[in-house]
Design a protein around this ligand. Structure first.
Ligand code: FES
Length: 152
């Protein structure tokens, strides 16, 4: 059923009339044309669709739009500010922490929320957390290196 819903994406207030049971991922990608969040499994398993909602990483493929009413959503399009890459983005480049790049936006946003919540985490803690994001290219080691260096 259509409902009016208000939320904020990357600092931009959004108001829409739509079915609030729709997955956030498709609202971002199709309605708002923010295609950095990727569709991988569609079941909350791979992390390709991760975005940050009120400071916490969520899987946008399994998050109904109604869950973000009145909240702040951060997507990969909002991570760099004023033309400057976020330190995590720069660290991914410096460490070559990607191959095809399909998982990268989800990796970055999940890591962003993790580092906001955990100051100076151990490498083991980073590894344990990032296990929930899948990279089919096998770049996990470099992804962990990048996150560890951005956290120092
Ligand atoms: Fe959402 Fe895989 S596409 S977790």
């Amino acid at each position: 059923m259509k409902k009016k819903i208000r939320f904020v994406v990357n600092g931009r207030p959004i108001t829409m009339d739509t079915d609030d049971e729709r997955a956030l991922l498709w609202v971002l990608r199709t309605d708002l044309e923010l295609t950095g969040s990727k569709y991988g499994c569609g079941e909350g398993i791979c992390g390709a669709c991760a975005v940050v909602v009120d400071g916490k990483a969520v899987r946008s493929c399994t998050t109904p739009l109604k869950n973000v009413a009145g909240k702040d959503v951060l997507t990969i399009e909002g991570l760099a500010r004023e033309g400057k890459l976020h330190p995590l983005q720069q660290a991914f480049i410096d460490h070559g922490a990607l191959q095809c790049g399909y998982c990268t936006s989800g990796m970055l946003l999940d890591a962003y929320a993790f580092l906001k919540a955990h100051q100076n985490p151990s490498r083991d803690a980073i590894m344990a957390h990032m296990e929930r994001n899948l990279c089919r290219c096998g770049a996990h080691q470099r992804i962990i290196d990048a996150i560890e260096s951005a956290s120092r």
